[in-house]
Write a protein that binds this ligand. Structure first.
Ligand code: TTP
Ligand code: MG
Length: 362
């Protein structure tokens, strides 16, 4: 059973502005395009929300709902700075962190004894280091952790332990399921579905008619099940294998034989890695050598491939042999260790625009 934490900052942009200007703390506040400019709000503080003011609402309409609304333009630099700090806090607690936006992330802390203690520590660290409050959910999967972080907002923590899942989802309103927008709510209303328990009773073909492929996910959620992994933002940029010999080796032909063994190992490691995380395009291959005086050298070659399919052709053992020879020519010493590996084209090189981290203020 997994242990997932979902962290979401409270009225993020608005809270940063309230932190930096006490005069904004007790007034209804909207962050976004100014009135009269036909633009929308990015968010609002909790006082403004009482008037119905919310994210993505046209500012002019928000001012009609709340005539005393104070509206200020967003300052993305400040929000990015706060975001970097919270992200570094997350990485302190788990290598498995999936940022969803500037103010939100999932953490997989399945190895920890108490996910709840970690969640409390994270809340405290965020407050200490940024002066901002976050709400945190702890649950056995991403779907429930996200629902949980919203449950006690602002400055809240809510834990759904595995034993409570069944009871919790029974009465969970379907409109809270992430991905159910206005249209989804209308469909559920027309079907008389209010809770996840109601949802489970709707026949497959009926749900499928309205939601298509998403209907399977909906059934799973209604049972409290979500198998999605936390996908870490840490990306493997290379993969290599190496071996240290029991005795230093001087003869190149023996080293070339050792290289073949290592090649086999690297090949199967790479296959397993691609199976697990999807294929990546190879950018370079390299061989490294450590001599008996502990000096090191690496020789690498750039590969000219533009697709995923031909990695097997590019990774022939014969391509590594000249690289080993080059390394050995650099020094006449006996060899302690050899290694070989590949470097990948990174996501960023492949697709330089990181859409998920762009602010989506209209
Ligand atoms: P959210 O976490 O959705 O909202 P929030 O943090 O303001 O409020 P809550 O306490 O309910 O979590 O979004 C985070 C920030 O992203 C938000 O402060 C502003 C920005 N944002 C937009 O720019 N446009 C939008 O439509 C939304 C929803 C958010
Ligand atoms: Mg938020």
């Amino acid at each position: 059973m997994k242990k997932i934490i979902h962290v979401d900052m409270d009225c993020f942009y608005a809270q940063v502005e309230m932190r930096d200007n006490p005069a904004l703390r007790n007034v209804p506040l909207g962050i976004g395009g100014l009135p009269g400019t036909r633009s929308v709000l990015c968010t609002s503080n909790y006082i403004a929300r009482k008037f119905g003011v919310k994210s993505a609402m046209p500012t002019d309409y928000a001012v009609k709902l709340c005539p005393n609304l104070v509206v200020i333009a967003p300052n993305f630099k400040k929000y990015s700075e706060a975001s970097e700090i919270i992200q570094s806090i997350f990485h302190h607690y788990s290598p498995l962190v999936e940022p969803v936006s500037l103010d939100e992330a999932y953490l997989d802390v399945s190895d920890a004894e108490s996910a709840t203690s970690i969640a409390l520590e994270i809340k405290k660290a965020i407050l200490d280091r940024t002066g901002l409050t976050a709400s945190v959910g702890v649950a056995p999967n991403k779907f429930l952790a996200k629902i949980a972080s919203d449950w006690k907002k602002p400055d809240g923590i809510f834990v759904i332990p595995p034993v409570n899942v069944e009871v919790f989802v029974k009465t969970l309103p379907v409109k809270l399921i992430p991905g159910i927008g206005k249209k989804g709510k209308e469909i559920f209303d027309s079907l008389g579905v209010k809770t996840c328990d109601d949802l489970k009773k709707i026949p497959h073909e009926v749900l499928n008619q309205y939601f298509g492929k998403f209907s399977y996910t909906l059934y799973q959620y209604a049972k409290g099940i979500d198998d999605r992994e936390v996908i870490s933002d840490w990306e493997r940029k290379s993969l290599s294998v190496e071996t240290t010999f029991p005795k230093d080796i001087r003869e190149e032909n023996i080293l070339q034989l050792e290289l073949l063994d290592l090649y086999e190992e690297m090949y199967s490691r790479l296959e397993a890695h691609f199976d697990e995380e999807g294929e990546k395009i190879l950018k370079k291959i390299f061989v490294k050598v450590k001599f008996n005086d502990f000096s090191r050298t690496t020789c690498e070659e750039t590969l000219h491939s533009h697709d995923f399919a031909d990695w097997r052709k590019l990774l022939l053992a014969d391509y590594f042999k000249p690289l080993l020879s080059h390394c050995l020519q650099k020094k006449g010493n006996a060899v302690r260790l050899i290694g070989l590996g590949v470097r990948f084209v990174t996501q960023e090189e492949f697709n330089p625009v990181q859409l998920s981290l762009l602010p989506f203020c209209g």
